[in-house]
Ligand binder design. Structure first.
Ligand code: ADP
Ligand code: MG
Length: 612
């Protein structure tokens, strides 16, 4: 029998290794962006064509590579970032495995251009399937450009495995966002098929969050910042009212590296506790910095999972930092623990640290370093707090002793959405300023904003409609034709199927014209054209917002467009139906865009104001 073991040729070995590092275009994007960051660039441009399948190019103004380094960088295990195993425990860079470029070169056609500051001429290298095809000098500015074309051209099985362009582009954007979020002092842009999708000037972290996640967070971010000898945390959480129905705007970075951690996510969710609806997700962007020796980032090839030396302490630290931040924002400016009773009732505040958690943490060797500097965050039940709670909770007496409260206006209803608001037939409702509806309940009264409330009602109704609960429609007796500008025709055409679910039966009629065959039963017939135009206007307004799906944008636009506007005088019947429908909504307290729909006033507070 002959011997049968052979060494794999380099390109095959690299291709196999590439399978771990480069699973899809987005993984290459991540590696290239991280290399650019590691090179100290403060301007990084990402260009993709065909969702990265045809081209991924990253251009940076970082320190560049010498001719030899440029050539070396494509070798497997070629890295400038660690020299020995010890270095692994002090990693400050994003890369260190020296696998990315070798992997990329094994599964794509790569063109590299690089020049160092102090060299007069740069290097151009072309590599196909791990083989250098061309190398020549090139004139260029300091920095590096790496273009990879036709990803997986030589691994058809992998190429076929790629998802649709929208889906691959979404992955790319996720990676782009993760890197650009953690380096706000670096300029980033993303151009997809010739269109600039992101253009992020250098700013502060807070502004970067707004650049990426949208203006709706502008005045809605609460600062989180705690420092100890052991670790630091800084960043922002969204105010409770910005919590969304979909998970998404949640980012953890450890030593500036994006990580996924269900465990730490749980810590943050716990800090929000009863401040947000059960099935909603708060926004957070949190950076944890700690001694690299306290973690093992090497556990996962794409380095997104991470092992902490002491998980429990990190959990407790994150949770208490976020609780502290939320409590600060809720109670300011009445600091010094003049907590409003309604806040004080929240578990999140009243029990920031259960004894059980405390003792499990206390058993940790790191506990002392941590706790000494953080005692402020164990919001202890100070004696006077206890005192308030005692008389507030059981008896609700002695109301005149309540500390003055600035919280009524401050706190969104997300804390305790009202339940079971019933409007009986005898009860007449009051509308003021043709905008607000006043409703009395057991404990006080509510002021409802009619437009915000109606937007919420319609939003939930439309969501149900596209999920399959049909909307009743009326056939048009004299079908109207609607003629649109050519730019709008394409937009409307792609919305037709969803519009159908929403009760608008529109059919293309050629020449930029559509015919309206049916409309939702509760929409007045006669001005369908204006309605569709307004809806399109609003839709286009949203359309730069990449966060939302087409359908979500459509629904938001329609909800806004059809809502009863502020300033409209309402009949008793209209007011009653708004109130009733609002409180059967699953999230009655805010609009889809996060505006409050109502606010409550407690009789107790009123009594107090009048010295009763
Ligand atoms: P790693 O980042 O793990 O070191 P890579 O394969 O990603 O491995 O890169 C190999 C080496 O090539 C890096 O260590 C670095 O020295 C060099 N390099 C890669 N990209 C760049 C860049 N954009 N600018 C300067 N040097 C780079
Ligand atoms: Mg790298």
């Amino acid at each position: 029998m002959p011997d049968i073991i052979q060494l794999l040729p380099d390109n095959i070995a690299n291709q196999i290794a590439a399978g771990e590092v480069i699973q899809r275009p987005a993984s290459a994007v991540k590696e290239l962006l991280e290399n650019a960051v590691d090179a100290g660039a403060n301007e990084i441009k990402l260009i993709v064509n065909d969702a990265g399948k045809a081209l991924i190019q990253v251009i940076d103004n970082g320190k560049g590579m010498s001719e030899t380094d440029a050539r070396m960088s494509f070798e497997r295990h070629a890295t400038s970032k660690i020299k020995n195993i010890e270095d692994l425990f002090h990693i400050k860079t994003m890369g260190f495995r020296g696998e990315a470029l070798a992997s990329i070169a094994a599964v794509a056609q790569v063109e590299l251009k690089s020049k160092k500051e102090d060299e007069s001429i740069g290097t151009y290298i072309e590599i196909d399937n791990s083989v250098v095809k061309k190398q020549e000098p090139v004139a260029m500015e300091r920095g590096t450009s790496i273009a990879m074309k036709n990803l997986f051209f030589n691994v058809p099985a992998r190429r076929n495995f790629l998802k649709s362009n929208p889906s691959e582009l979404k992955h790319i954007m996720d990676e782009f966002i993760r890197v650009s979020m953690s380096f706000p002092d670096v300029f980033f842009s993303l151009t997809s098929n010739g269109q600039e999708v992101f253009h992020l000037e250098r700013v502060t972290l807070k502004q970067r969050i707004v650049q990426i996640l949208g203006n709706s967070y502008q005045s809605k971010l609460v600062t989180v910042e705690e420092q100890t000898d052991y670790m630091n945390i800084y960043g922002f959480v969204g105010k409770p009212e910005t919590a969304k129905k979909t998970r998404g705007d949640q980012y953890f970075f450890v030593n500036n590296r994006f990580i996924k951690s269900a465990y730490l996510n749980h810590a943050v969710m716990g800090a929000f506790d009863s401040m947000i609806a059960k099935d909603s997700f708060p926004m957070y962007t949190l950076f944890i910095d700690l001694d690299p020796a306290q973690l093992d980032i090497n556990v996962h090839p794409t380095k997104q999972e991470i092992k902490f030396e002491d998980e429990k302490i990190v959990y407790a630290f994150v949770q208490s930092a976020v609780k502290h931040a939320l409590a600060q924002f809720s109670i300011s400016p009445t600091l010094d623990f003049e907590l409003d009773p309604s806040i004080q009732q929240l578990d999140a505040v009243s029990k920031p640290f259960t004894d059980e958690k405390k003792s499990s943490v206390a058993s940790s060797s790191l506990y002392n370093t941590f706790s000494q500097k953080n005692q402020a965050h164990f919001i202890e039940n100070r004696s006077e707090l206890k005192h308030w709670r005692e008389f507030y909770e059981p008896a609700q007496k002695q109301s005149s002793q309540f500390p003055s409260s600035t919280i009524i206006e401050e706190l969104p209803n997300v804390l305790f959405p009202e339940k079971n608001i019933e409007v009986s037939d005898e009860n007449s409702l009051q509308q003021i300023h043709s905008t607000y509806i006043l409703v009395q309940n057991d404990t006080g009264f509510l002021v409802i904003h009619q437009q915000n409330a109606h937007e919420r009602i319609l939003y939930e109704r439309f969501i149900k409609a596209v999920e399959g609960k049909p909307i009743s429609i009326q056939q048009s007796l004299f079908p109207q034709t609607i003629e649109l500008a050519s730019a709008d025709v394409a937009v409307l055409a792609e919305l037709l199927p969803d519009l159908h679910f929403l009760g608008y039966h529109l059919e293309p009629f050629g020449n930029n014209t559509f015919v309206m065959q049916g409309t939702p039963a509760d929409v007045e017939q006669g001005n369908e054209k204006a309605a569709i135009e307004k809806m399109l206007e609003q839709y286009k307004h949203f359309s730069s917002d990449l966060k939302y799906s087409k359908r979500e944008k459509l629904i938001r636009s329609l909800a806004w467009q059809q809502s009863i506007k502020a300033g409209k005088t309402l009949t008793q019947k209209e007011m009653k139906s708004i109130v009733q429908e609002l409180f059967i909504c699953s999230t009655p307290n805010i609009t889809a865009t996060g505006k409050p729909t109502y606010t409550t006033f407690k009789k107790l507070e009123l009594d107090r104001m009048f010295g009763r």
